[in-house]
Design a protein around this ligand. Structure first.
Ligand code: SF4
Length: 365
């Protein structure tokens, strides 16, 4: 495990470290230095783990084709926590990846009870317009809706030949009460991950799936299934990277269903002010004490917003860290600056959303 050397914590949190050991995930660590122009998420070890990423790195170095597969499930509003994956996609697209972007409308239908029409509307307004506004060129992506992809559905049935119910139960904990559509869903998910390697989509090639560690069961199943169908389709087991999730503003989990925990990409300025004012920090009980003893940025979710999103420049982040730790800046001042930065970002994002809207709608029709 790496010691803390920069303005961000490089120590992998205990619960992530345990899962890495349990499931054999490797540290992303020094791989970041081997990448061309690593972004702040890689440099700051927000992307902390991987499986077989060397395969993708090799393809990048030799100029061979490689793909990135990701999905979005339309449910609730898009917030800064979701931006993490989009930033990775933008980086990969810039470095020559073919991006496969799946709108998981069947998943939203099967697990959240949304109609496919509602899922489509939500996907466009809340997610795809934001993705484009954040810099992903959707026209250059292989964008598809699960419900409309015959290739994915057919592949899911084919892959199901070599997966049985006991195995799915062991991975997902399905009970006798679980609906049949929910039970079938993992095969759709595995088919999403593997279909870029079908001949009609470009054939077998290194593919990376950037995920939070909670998605690892899908990856393990996809890698096992890829090996079972190697002879038939030539599948290369997909690689994956694992990122830390941004904590919620109140210190717990960030969730669309609890609006005070997240900054949404369409939040008005008043909401931003209120949420940051109430955010959990690493400050001291009194301003005097904080001036004397400094704050603790590693505990602070406001600082985490800077690490993940608001301050991509490492030197600037280091200055903020030092100012916090020395007591030169205290939470009230720091929060006011953070609100200003967020307001500027969201105002610019609003304009970019406006510009993106017509193009995204045209792309879907
Ligand atoms: S000064 Fe800023 S970074 Fe430090 S604990 Fe307070 S809000 Fe967090």
């Amino acid at each position: 495990m790496t010691a803390k050397v920069g303005p961000w914590s490089e120590t992998i949190p205990k619960d992530y470290a345990r899962l890495m050991r349990e499931f054999g995930i490797e540290e992303f660590g020094d791989l970041a230095e081997e990448l061309p122009d690593p972004n702040h998420l890689m440099r700051r070890r927000i992307i902390f783990g991987h499986r077989d990423f060397q395969r993708v790195l090799g393809a990048m170095r030799s100029g061979e084709k490689f793909a990135v597969m990701t999905g979005l499930m339309p449910s609730g509003r898009m917030h800064l926590g979701h931006k993490l994956v989009v930033d990775q996609l933008v980086w990969y697209q810039r470095h020559g990846a073919e991006i496969f972007l799946c709108v998981a409308d069947i998943e939203a239908h099967a697990t959240r009870g949304l109609t496919l029409q509602d899922a489509e509307r939500l996907a466009i307004e809340e997610y795809l317009v934001n993705f484009q506004a954040l810099g992903l060129d959707l026209e250059r992506c292989n964008l598809y809706f699960q419900s409309r992809s015959d290739a994915v559905r057919n592949l899911a049935y084919t892959l199901g030949r070599k997966v049985n119910l006991s195995e799915l139960r062991a991975i997902y904990g399905f009970s006798g009460e679980t609906s049949a559509s929910h039970i079938f869903y993992p095969l759709i998910d595995v088919a999403d991950i593997l279909h870029p390697q079908l001949e009609e989509f470009g054939g077998p090639r290194p593919t990376v799936v950037p995920v939070g560690i909670d998605q690892d069961p899908h990856l393990r199943l996809a890698r096992d299934v890829a090996s079972r169908f190697k002879r038939e389709f030539g599948f290369i087991p997909p690689s994956s990277t694992y990122h830390r999730l941004l904590r919620g503003l109140t210190g717990g989990k960030m969730s669309s269903s609890n609006p005070e925990t997240a900054i949404f990409l369409t939040d008005p300025p008043e909401a931003v002010e209120r949420k940051i004012r109430n955010a959990f920090t690493g400050g001291r009980p009194t301003a005097k004490e904080q001036r004397e003893r400094g704050g603790d940025p590693d505990k602070c979710v406001v600082y985490e917003l800077h690490v993940y999103h608001l301050t991509p420049d490492d030197r600037e982040l280091l200055k903020l860290r030092e100012a916090c730790e020395s007591g030169e800046i205290i939470c009230g001042e720091c929060k006011a600056k953070t609100v200003e930065r967020l307001k500027v970002f969201l105002a610019e994002h609003k304009k970019r959303r406006k510009n993106a809207e017509a193009g995204v709608k045209k792309l879907i029709k």
